[in-house]
Design a protein around this ligand. Structure first.
Ligand SMILES: [Zn+2]
Length: 312
């Protein structure tokens, strides 16, 4: 496809997170569980002049029956058709399967996440290192996970059981693997909190931040109060740089349609225009809310000298 080469505003993860710590904001990574959500996320980013990351995980690809090629094609087509000039990245979220990572990279994803966090440290290091080598050879960034982020919905990941990230292990892990970003387990969970109180171990987060040089990623942000996430972004010495938002975005879409359970990508795409417009509006609004409420990334497209047309 090689579409990426022509677009100066499409970045690898490492590059799109570059200014976050220095400028005190985080970039939202929005899960487009339905391909049609891609446009709404891009439009929201454009309205806020904010960098955004669009992502999908291995489990989401299966559950919503999303084709990787089609997803990527829609991403690149939307950028051109909508005249999107903000910095953007196309990210493969939680993936365990090397074959899917290969397919995503072939389809011009600009970063991938290898999640071998259910394996013992040594094995996690070995698997992650292999992915890093493969991805870096192709100018693609890698996010990896250490510790285990618990879950209530098993949509993004199937690993459960909370295991907090150990700062000393994190240092070793990043040095040994060369991963570009680290997903940390500090108290948040995937899926709705369902009566449980989200809790972030800020001291641990600060210790991890001090121990590793790469940007940190907060998963499971849906349902966490905005002030808690803001504190995680604005910690002394730098906080998290990427915040993943999945559950809240799909919930907004389904609510706008009056549905209470998920559809497949194909079933959603087959809805009439009036329904699709309603869904698009709800997704766009939710993304803008997240950007303004806690990410603080509005206006930060200007950190990048990449607005389409500006270069060359
Ligand atoms: Zn996650």
């Amino acid at each position: 496809m090689n579409t990426r080469m022509n677009l100066s505003n499409v970045f690898a993860l490492k590059e799109i997170l570059k200014y976050t710590s220095r400028e005190g904001y985080a970039v939202g990574a929005f899960s487009a569980r339905y391909t049609t959500m891609i446009r709404s996320i891009l439009r929201a980013g454009q309205k806020c002049a904010s960098p955004v990351i669009i992502q999908i995980s291995q489990k989401e690809i299966n559950k919503y029956q999303v084709a990787i090629d089609k997803f990527s094609h829609e991403f690149y087509t939307a950028i051109i058709e909508e005249g999107i000039g903000i910095p953007i990245a196309l990210h493969l979220d939680h993936t365990k399967d090397f074959a899917i990572i290969e397919r995503a990279i072939e389809a011009d994803f600009t970063s991938v996440m290898i999640d071998a966090s259910d394996k013992p440290l040594e094995e996690n290091i070995a698997v992650t290192r292999e992915v890093v080598k493969y991805a870096h050879d192709r100018s693609v960034s890698v996010e990896a996970e250490l510790g285990r982020i618990s879950t209530t919905d098993f949509i993004e990941t199937d690993s459960d059981g909370q295991l907090y990230t150990d700062p000393r292990e994190a240092k070793i892990f990043i040095e040994e693997t060369g991963a570009d970003a680290l997903a940390v387990s500090v108290g948040t969970a995937h899926g709705p909190y369902e009566g449980k109180q989200p809790n972030i171990d800020y001291q641990r987060l600060q210790a991890i931040r001090a121990a590793v040089k790469v940007p940190l990623v907060l998963h499971g942000a849906s349902g966490v109060p905005a002030d808690m996430i803001m504190r995680a972004i604005h910690l002394d010495g730098g906080g998290v740089s990427k915040v993943n938002i999945a559950t809240d975005l799909e919930a907004a879409l389904l609510k706008s349609l009056g549905y209470d359970t998920s559809l497949t990508d194909a079933r959603l795409s087959a809805l009439d225009n009036e329904m699709l417009n309603k869904a698009a509006e709800a997704v766009e609004e939710t993304v803008i809310q997240k950007i303004e409420q806690f990410l603080g990334s509005q206006g930060h497209a200007a950190d990048f000298n990449c607005i389409r047309g500006d270069r060359e």
